[in-house]
Design a protein around this ligand. Structure first.
Ligand code: MN
Length: 196
């Protein structure tokens, strides 16, 4: 099955003024599409390798799969991590788990934003459910796939690649990340948490 880019779950201008229409168009239609295309290309190469019984390029194929699959997954989750008129507080089981693992919501937000602002180069801040610890954790990812732990389910992510903000915020990553919780979609995060 070829991977496909799903439409943005809201209009391109729906997150203004936090994220401009132009920024979302380029980010979704161009950058996210690139990872989908890269993932399909890597899977095609794997198919050829299997047909030929020639796995001499397996390292490059695995690297391309990890990078592009992770990029596709994280971007898909990024779009639903935000919504127009978001920014309210989590409720229910997710709110209880946040209280257990972080204390106040503000404490989680501070750790999450510090992780986002502290990513070296291109990457992500990720709120995830950790399988063995049975707790929520804040992680960084470099590029899309480095620093990742096994057995964690991401439920809320923030893209801090320059392409996610440069058009609007130039090099001020902290100005961009500061607005994230004003549009955050805790309802969708709660669904991800319950699924995990
Ligand atoms: Mn991105």
């Amino acid at each position: 099955m070829r991977h496909q880019l799903r439409p943005l779950p809201y209009k391109y201008d729906a997150l203004e003024p936090y994220l401009s229409e132009e920024l979302l168009r380029v980010h979704h239609d161009k950058h996210h599409q690139t990872y989908v295309d890269g993932l399909n290309a890597a899977e095609e190469k794997l198919g050829v390798a299997r047909e030929d019984g020639d796995f001499s390029d397996i390292r490059a194929i695995c690297e391309a799969l990890a990078f592009n699959y992770s990029g596709h997954l994280l971007h898909s989750l990024y779009w639903t991590s935000m919504k127009p008129e978001g920014g309210k507080r989590p409720s229910g089981a997710l709110a209880e788990q946040i209280a257990r693992d972080f204390g106040r919501l503000e404490d989680l937000e501070a750790e999450f934003l510090a992780a986002a602002n502290g990513v070296q180069g291109s990457g992500w801040a990720v709120l995830a459910w950790q399988l063995l610890g049975e707790k929520l954790v804040v992680l960084q990812a470099e590029n899309h796939q480095n620093l990742v732990q096994w057995g964690v389910t991401p439920i809320l992510v923030l893209d801090v690649w320059e392409h996610a903000y440069y058009l609007q915020y130039a090099n001020s990553r902290e100005d961009y990340t500061a607005g994230f919780f004003s549009v955050v979609n805790w309802e969708e995060a709660a669904k991800g948490f319950e699924g995990a």
